[in-house]
Design a protein around this ligand. Structure first.
Ligand code: ADP
Ligand code: MG
Length: 270
């Protein structure tokens, strides 16, 4: 593949600029702070297209904050986000987001089908109407996660695993190119975990890009090709074999993981 791009004025871009232009999500110098102490500090990240990337790090490491900044939900103190080579505002429609489930609170009754069609409002605009074609798309997405039988149920009455499948269906209905998921497997049953990973791998096989905050270190090697290890700062980024190694795990987790555990994890795929 030729990594040198010609820009509009005919000048040649270097390999670094070309990588940025091609990347589904390129983050540079990102710092986010809620108070005095930054939650994310000076993070660079270049997501590889058509791969599954895990964002890993201890509780409070800034993983959710990083995703939210990538989506423009929280405003960074400094840094830049480009999506498929464009500023976030221009390419936001190509991203689907599945938030951390615990952060969604269903106080008023909402049907499953409505949760899924809500994902289409960005495309429709606030005044757009959901038509038959949109409903069909929503139902097809529910079918992909085996939840089509629940379309008229209240979301609040479903189990955690079922809710998570519905959120994934909402993301699928958008037909996005980049999927950002925050701990999609947290608190779900084994069947849901299997169903979700199967759908994510299908998306990857279709050439779409998946980035997930992931908390279960024992499944990293089975599920992902690339990892970003972080603890406020980025510690490592790359293919699992290069970045998911004892040295970096130790640096990210410190005393929170026993050394024996770290050795076991990183040797699991060897
Ligand atoms: P992770 O997802 O890795 O567990 P978070 O991004 O949720 O980490 O949080 C990073 C840090 O920012 C934590 O110290 C957390 O307490 C703090 N934080 C997260 N969200 C907020 C918020 N809305 N207001 C203030 N502090 C926050
Ligand atoms: Mg989080």
């Amino acid at each position: 593949m030729n990594l040198t791009l010609a820009s509009a004025d005919g000048a040649r871009l270097g390999p670094e600029m070309a990588a940025l232009a091609h990347s589904p999500l390129a983050i540079r110098g990102l710092t986010v702070s809620y108070g005095e102490k930054p939650a994310v500090f000076s993070v660079d990240m270049t997501v590889t297209a058509g791969a599954m990337t895990a964002i890993i790090g201890p509780n409070g490491a800034g993983k959710s904050t990083l995703l939210k900044a990538a989506l423009g939900i929280v405003k960074p103190l400094s840094g830049s986000v480009t999506v498929f080579g464009k500023p976030l505002a221009e390419a936001r429609g190509r991203i689907a987001y599945v938030p951390q489930r615990a952060s969604v609170d269903w106080d008023f009754p909402t049907r499953v089908i409505d949760v899924v069609t809500m994902g289409l409002y960005r495309e429709l605009g606030l005044l757009g109407r959901i038509g038959a074609a949109h409903k069909a798309r929503a139902m097809a997405a529910l079918e992909r996660v085996d939840m089509d039988g629940f379309a008229t149920r209240q979301i609040g009455q479903l189990s955690g695993g079922q809710q998570q499948r519905v959120f994934l269906a909402r993301a699928l209905a958008q037909g996005a190119d980049l999927y950002l998921l925050d701990e999609p497997f947290a608190g779900v049953d084994a069947a849901t975990e299997k169903a979700i990973i199967a759908v994510l791998k299908t998306l990857r096989d279709e050439g779409r890009t998946v980035v997930a905050v992931h908390h279960d270190l024992s499944t990293v090697r089975d599920y992902f090709e690339r990892v970003v290890l972080m603890n406020v700062r980025k510690i490592a980024e790359g293919p699992v074999d290069e970045a998911f190694v004892p040295e970096y795990l130790q640096e990210a987790y410190g005393g929170r993981l026993a050394t024996a555990q770290i050795d076991q994890l990183s040797l699991a795929g060897a």
